[in-house]
Design a binder for this molecule. Structure first.
Ligand code: XMP
Length: 520
């Protein structure tokens, strides 16, 4: 079934992804494409309307991205946001200039003319811009203003062109969802029939068409994306699929059992569990350097996986849990050259010379949509709402030397901390009555130091556990979670009492930057 689509053209704004996501939340399917994507590719989606995102450039600067001609020639409604609004004004004969003062943060929008886009009244909006519209293009009227932007919203009600200087896609603009719904549904006439669950039939058909009767391999990591991708492909091709789960010995407590239960026992996915614990531990013996650990885990994983694939007859297709933000990110050309902080390694992140054709059933889904699909496919809530876990696993949380005993200590401490957080509603599926803000990631770290303590009148000299819990939207920056003292006290108390060889617990109060989320 084909769904009405709104195309978002990306001019490089920080929040461009969010626009597509918010439109989808209104029940209208939306895709984000680069502003200069080929016309044929964009028009193949038969967009009911276009949204132009924000962006860092100034429209009048040489070489600044402009609205492609076909967008205006299509006769479809257009909504420009921030830079998108300025590009619209520029293209249609208005005037854009640097504002006397940059406007950044909250502002009050006053709607000054009745119009189909903005609900009447005064609304809180989020601004972030340096340029502003000085003169309207012919045919446009001012729809709203703020203290610093006399033209904070404009529209040509005849041609269905609209522009807003503020960002409707961010949470700080409470009417944002309503505004996007009015644009997509009322102005562009897109039917709000879309839900992530609607993607299932479509994805199943696409996967079937791609792989035909050939065997398909899936690497299951224990995380949400690979589990949902595997469940979807299994629905599409049944036992043509073989899933492989590598037990590296670096997993959290109960993780292997959870995967076997969810995929093999509950859904009937043919799953091969490769127990490679001894091999990983052997390779990691005596290694303490973080980058060396990462490299060893990555390489060993590839070798083990290659062998498993060969044992299964070297299938031509490989399932990958790539999700929409990964696709958008890898498409964003000319990313500034970032300094290497850590070598990230993904389980399933395989080298290019491994010749598989990729099956990527989650390519068009955002993380929250993947979770919804996971639930609809019958995966357990605990798995679907799992927090992210790094590819190198506990190897980068067991600081210093990695031994089976130290890993066991870490696993137990980590399980207790996460249990307490889940019980208090900080982790797991969000509930309306739960605490805010929730924790994005939380775990225990075993430190490479020992401390003196006293237990039962005896001197102890044991290991130290650090607890880490962070609040973040995108994992690029993060703040340490202000957890209640009694929750921290309960976790610390349980850890020193229940976990052998631990006599001290500390809480990490470093934000990112300057810290990173993981310790190694
Ligand atoms: P850092 O520690 O860089 O972590 O602040 C940011 C996020 O990335 C996760 N992380 C990894 N994920 N492979 C992964 O798939 C890795 O090698 C890796 N290292 C860190 C980390 O858990 C956090 O969510």
């Amino acid at each position: 079934m084909k769904h009405d689509t709104i195309v978002v053209l990306d001019f490089g704004g920080q929040y461009a992804q969010l626009i597509a996501r918010r439109v989808r939340e209104q029940g209208v399917y939306s895709e984000l494409l680069p502003w200069d994507a080929p016309e044929a590719e964009v028009m193949a989606l038969a967009p009911k309307g276009f949204i132009l995102s924000g962006g860092p450039a100034s429209v009048y600067a040489p070489g600044a991205p402009q609205i492609p001609a076909y967008v205006l020639q299509s006769g479809r409604p257009v909504l420009g946001i921030c830079y998108g609004m300025q590009a619209l004004a520029h293209a249609l004969g208005g005037q854009v200039a640097p504002a006397a003062a940059r406007e950044y943060g909250l502002a009050w929008l006053e709607v000054v003319r009745a119009n189909p886009l903005l609900p009447p009244g005064r609304h809180q909006v989020w601004m972030s811009h340096g340029d502003r519209i000085e003169a309207l293009p012919p045919g446009f009227e001012v729809l709203g203003r703020t203290a610093n932007s006399p033209i904070a919203a404009m529209g040509d009600l005849q041609r269905h062109y609209y522009g807003v200087q503020f960002h409707p896609e961010v949470q700080h603009t409470p009417i944002g969802g309503e505004l996007l719904r009015r644009f997509a549904v009322h102005i562009a006439g897109a039917r709000p029939t879309w839900t992530p669950e609607h993607m299932v039939d479509d994805i199943v058909a696409r996967v079937r068409a791609q792989v035909g009767a050939e065997p398909v391999l899936a690497a299951v990591s224990g995380g949400v994306d690979s589990a949902v991708a595997t469940a979807l492909v299994h629905r599409a091709v049944g036992d043509q699929l073989r899933a492989v789960f590598v037990d590296t010995g670096l997993l959290r407590l109960g993780e292997r059992e959870q995967v076997v239960q969810a995929l093999q026992d509950a859904l009937g996915v043919p799953l091969t569990v490769v127990d490679a614990q001894a091999r990983f531990l052997e390779r990691l013996r005596g290694v303490t350097d973080p980058e060396a650990k990462r490299r060893i885990v990555g390489e060993t994983f590839i070798r083990v996986f290659e062998e498993a694939a060969r044992a299964l007859g070297q299938p031509r297709f490989l399932v990958q849990g790539t999700i929409y933000p990964d696709v958008i990110e890898s498409r964003a050309a000319e990313r500034p050259h970032a300094a290497k902080i850590k070598t990230h390694h993904n389980v399933g992140g395989l080298p290019d010379d491994m010749r598989f054709e990729l099956v990527e059933p989650l390519r068009y889904l955002f993380k929250d949509e993947v979770r919804r699909l996971g639930e609809a496919l019958g995966l357990p809530e605990e798995l679907v709402w799992k927090q992210p876990f790094p590819g190198p696993g506990l190897a980068v949380r067991c600081l210093g030397e990695i031994t089976p005993q130290r890993l066991e200590t870490l696993r137990q401490a980590d399980a207790i901390f996460r249990q307490e957080l889940r019980a208090a509603g900080y982790l797991g599926k969000p509930r309306a009555e739960g605490p805010q803000p929730r924790v994005a990631q939380a775990f225990a770290v075993l430190l490479p130091v020992k401390a003196v303590g006293v237990m039962g009148d005896q001197r102890t000299y044991h290991e130290v556990v650090a607890l880490r819990a962070v609040v973040t939207e995108d994992f690029m920056t993060a703040d340490w979670a202000r957890l209640p003292y009694d929750l921290l006290a309960r976790a610390a108390n349980r850890i020193v009492n229940e976990v052998p060889r631990v006599n001290r617990v500390v809480y990490d109060i470093t934000s990112k930057p300057p810290g990173t989320i993981e310790w190694e």
